[in-house]
Design a protein around this ligand. Structure first.
Ligand SMILES: Cc1cc2nc3c(=O)[nH]c(=O)nc-3n(C[C@H](O)[C@H](O)[C@H](O)COP(=O)(O)O)c2cc1C
Length: 570
């Protein structure tokens, strides 16, 4: 029966109301999980060591394809990681996949203190809890499978576990719109891992970690001459189906994984500037995926769990729906400073592998203004790695607490990563801020001094009184355009904001290593007091992630072991 105009209008009205209420759920979660000077976001209040999650997920009973652990990919100078196509594309095989995972999500070292031993990885993670799991949907692979298949990556052993086999029809239905030689990578979060320690705020940390993993994968793809683009056309439910995460019978007692995103990996010879477009899956394909042969069962990480209802609510509220409107992004290839080459000849693989978080900073070392500008320039978006992985116009600006940069007065600064937003930001901030272009900064570089002051005390206080925020060259808060993008692109965009923050964080981690320094992501900060520094009101802008960069004090009590193979004490 044909619908009348008023019936259609009524439906639209209802769906607008429904979306508004889901957006409110997201805003409420964000509000509820803020740290305040007088009250932290809710946790258990103690760590229940009896339920500490096992650090690795496996699919027991699945076929395992061992990836080579000691391969050396083609040499690449660190600076060239940020170029569009520095290396020619390689075929997809177990060797090139070994490189992809080895330089993104693998173990980077084992550490030991007393009788405790733990792994560190190429990608960082809040509390080293590593909620992010990775999957790949690959063509037939010699040594792994004669048919297209879905694999799960296990960092502990550098192994791909075959989780499902797909028919050629299913494979073709994914790849028909993609350039020859493409494949898919999927990421998920085991939210429980973070919730075990961080309670209600854990959902945020899982999303940061996804962002770090995205940047890590994007950079690692460069070694094989591949591009890496996030997909905006698949719903969370369809991604879960493809990755087998909704197979509740398989998971049984094992902790569920939340589907996060899908990415297309493509040889970099493709001429498409905006990245390949993966079509949404059709119903027949999804049906075939459901009915295909699945292998293995996930291990259970903890004997029992604590449920945090607000996390369940925000997880549901932020799922990408089917047939979501595409997100238009405007090209921003402009702001990059001329001065981004450090010409130091550093080895990209070495920088990626040596990345670590600092535990303490020396409180005296300085960096030059030129180096500082170069680091910031690397966080500016452009049509090159890692920014070409993202499909939206950047939403995050950097609120900087500058302590020890030679040639720059200490103070509060802002780096406007999308210059079209300068006026909006300025009008949202306290009118007392000076918005001066500092002397010695390249022309049009979007850095402004806001307050001329020693801000070490403020920076420490904002980052939950952590000394590392005051003892480095600088620390910062990642200030996101918040309410409007979530209202415009839908509640799922809440996750994207944290992913963007994680990508910025990964760039800063590598830039710190390249400068002979060290950095640390800071998830613990007092949200609203940070906004007060700028006089921001309401939720037009929100600080989502903090970071610090400086000269580390090493803890020599820790023993260090290589990631794979023979253990040797360094
Ligand atoms: C999202 C996120 C939040 C973090 N928050 C803090 C923090 O508040 N304080 C801190 O000292 N370290 C923090 N870290 C650093 C982690 O503790 C560190 O990444 C983890 O222990 C693994 O060590 P690695 O980075 O050396 O591999 C954070 C890291 C991430 C990715």
């Amino acid at each position: 029966m044909a619908q009348t105009n008023s019936q259609q209008g009524g439906r639209k009205e209802e769906s607008r109301d429904a979306r508004r209420s889901v957006v409110e759920t997201v805003f409420a979660y964000h509000e509820q999980t803020k740290h305040h000077f007088h009250r932290y976001a809710r946790t258990l209040g103690h760590l229940d060591w009896a339920t500490q999650p096992h650090p690795f997920r496996y699919y027991e009973g699945s076929f395992q394809a061992q990836l080579v652990r000691s391969r050396s990919p083609r040499p690449l100078i660190y600076d060239r990681l940020y170029e569009k196509n520095p290396l020619s594309p390689q075929a997809v095989d177990l060797d090139s996949l070994a490189d992809l995972f080895r330089y993104s999500l693998a173990i980077s070292a084992w550490k030991q203190a007393g009788s405790s031993r733990w792994a560190l990885r190429i990608n960082p993670s809040s509390g080293n809890l590593h909620p992010t799991e990775a999957y790949a949907v690959l063509p037939p692979l010699s040594g792994a499978s004669a048919t297209p298949a879905l694999y799960h990556y296990v960092s502990e052993s550098h192994v791909l576990e075959r989780r499902a086999s797909f028919s050629d029809d299913v494979w073709r239905s994914f790849t028909k719109s993609l350039p020859e030689g493409s494949f898919l990578v999927g990421l998920s979060s085991i939210i429980w891992r973070e919730a075990w320690k961080y309670g209600e705020r854990a959902f945020r940390y899982c999303q940061h970690d996804v962002g770090h993993a995205v940047a890590s994968l994007r950079f690692a793809a460069v070694f094989s001459g591949w591009t890496f683009h996030l997909v905006s056309s698949w719903s969370t439910e369809d991604i879960a189906q493809l990755l087998g995460l909704n197979r509740t019978d398989d998971f049984c007692e094992a902790e569920l994984e939340e589907a996060e995103l899908l990415a297309v990996v493509t040889p970099n010879t493709s001429s498409e500037l905006s990245g390949p477009s993966l079509l949404p899956p059709d119903d027949i394909t999804m049906q075939r995926i459901r009915e295909t042969t699945w292998y293995g069962r996930p291990n259970q990480l903890s004997g029992s769990h604590v449920c945090w209802p607000v996390i369940e609510e925000v997880t549901i509220a932020t799922k990408m729906p089917r047939a979501a409107a595409p997100i238009e992004s405007s090209p921003l290839d402009h702001q990059r400073s001329e001065n981004t080459q450090s010409s130091s000849g550093l080895n990209a693989r070495q920088i990626i592998s040596q990345r670590r978080s600092c535990l303490a900073l020396d409180g005296v070392s300085e960096i030059s203004r030129e180096r500082f500008i170069r680091m910031l320039a690397r966080t500016l978006p452009g049509p090159h790695p890692p920014w070409d992985a993202l499909y939206w116009t950047p939403k995050i600006h950097l609120l900087l607490f500058v302590h020890r940069v030679v040639g720059l007065q200490p103070g509060v600064y802002i780096l406007v990563r999308d210059q079209t937003k300068t006026d909006v930001l300025r009008s949202a901030c306290d009118t007392k801020l000076v918005w001066q272009t500092p002397a010695g900064v390249p022309l049009k570089f979007p850095l402004y001094l806001l307050v001329d002051a020693d801000c070490r005390k403020t920076a420490r206080a904002m980052s939950c009184q952590q000394d590392i925020a005051a003892d480095g060259f600088f620390s910062l808060g990642m200030l996101a355009e918040f309410a409007e993008p979530i209202q415009q692109h839908g509640p799922s965009f809440y996750r994207n904001l944290f992913w963007e923050a994680g990508v910025i964080g990964q760039v800063l981690y590598l830039e710190a290593e390249a400068a002979g320094a060290r950095s640390t992501g800071i998830g613990c900060f007092f949200d609203d007091p940070v906004h007060d520094v700028l006089g921001l009101r309401g939720n037009q802008f929100q600080s989502l992630y903090h970071f610090t960069v400086g000269m580390p004090i090493e803890d020599n009590r820790l023993q260090s072991w290589p990631p794979y193979g023979e253990r040797e004490n360094k």
